[in-house]
Design a protein around this ligand. Sequence first.
Ligand code: SAH
Length: 346
Amino acid sequence: MINLLDYSYEDLEILIENLRQPKYRINQLYDALQNYKDANSISNLPNDLIAILKKDFIFCPLQIIEEKTGKDGTKKFLYKLQDGNIIEGVLMSYKYGNTLCVSTQVGCKMGCKFCASTLNGFVRNLSSGEIIAQVLCVNKSLGGTYKNRKITNIVLMGSGEPLDNYENVVRFIKNVSYEKGINISQRNISLSTCGLVEKIDALKEENLQITLTISLHAPTDEIRREIMPIANKYTIKQVVEAARRYFNKTKRRIVFEYALIDNVNDSFACADELANILKGLSCHVNLIPLNNVEERNLNGTNKKRAYAFMNRLASKNISTTIRRTIGEDIDGACGQLRNKFISNNM
Ligand code: SAH
């Protein structure tokens, strides 16, 4: 079965033409898909066409099976895929709009010590349609349509390493920002990666306006190797050089994520070294006190130390903020809800 949401508008044009249908069916079908309608609830397409499509194609590749709302309004979703796999998403509301955090893989291969997404290993990549379905499905559940969207921003920061699923992710970004569809501006999309150097180099050639976010989390290779296995493959120098090339090509400021972990990477010496390696690069550092992961013995830095770290960086002219932790009361952080679900239900 082919997922219709894997198709671009142009792919649908070809499909409708091959089925010898009139051209106006293209927009009718595309409208229905962008509004996340399933085959049985599309009233303006003839029954025989729906029957043909239903035979070979999936319309809605995932369903929300659980939804939790935190005290701060953050919503957490669990989705079930056609093959029974479970993925998760988080919706954060801000003054300027709603940001949806999407997953790109079921599980993850990267093995970061502090990340819950990786605890159950890697299962499979999501197709571009399964990624866009998260956006369209939540948009619909909030009462939105693609013309009156309730989601304004997207972060690829859910489960998975987006650049380890490169083609599907790039296709997703192009389809979700397509002008005839839900049309989320690429400038409102952030892609977060643990720093796959060759893929960063490839991405800069795609002519996208997205923000590249790199999970650095350490200022030296020694510390980074302790918490992120990918650091055995690429040095920090290689990652930062790739970031520099990305900026030079796209002129988009790079964001570095730095999870502050108690007694691991939160000393002044670390702040100084971080400032040193980022010197001269147009970038911003997002500090996130680590969300404790019960299964691992790693704890977040306390508030006072986090602010001291931030001020130290700022004093060295590095643009930096502390990201407020959100949705902690609903296991909103990185793979936690899915893990609870899996350990309770499977
Ligand atoms: N694979 C991508 C996206 C995944 S997660 C990446 O590595 O960037 C999005 C962000 O959350 C990453 O910066 C990741 O390192 C961070 N993260 C994971 N677990 C965390 C935790 N327990 N506390 C704080 N941040 C965490």
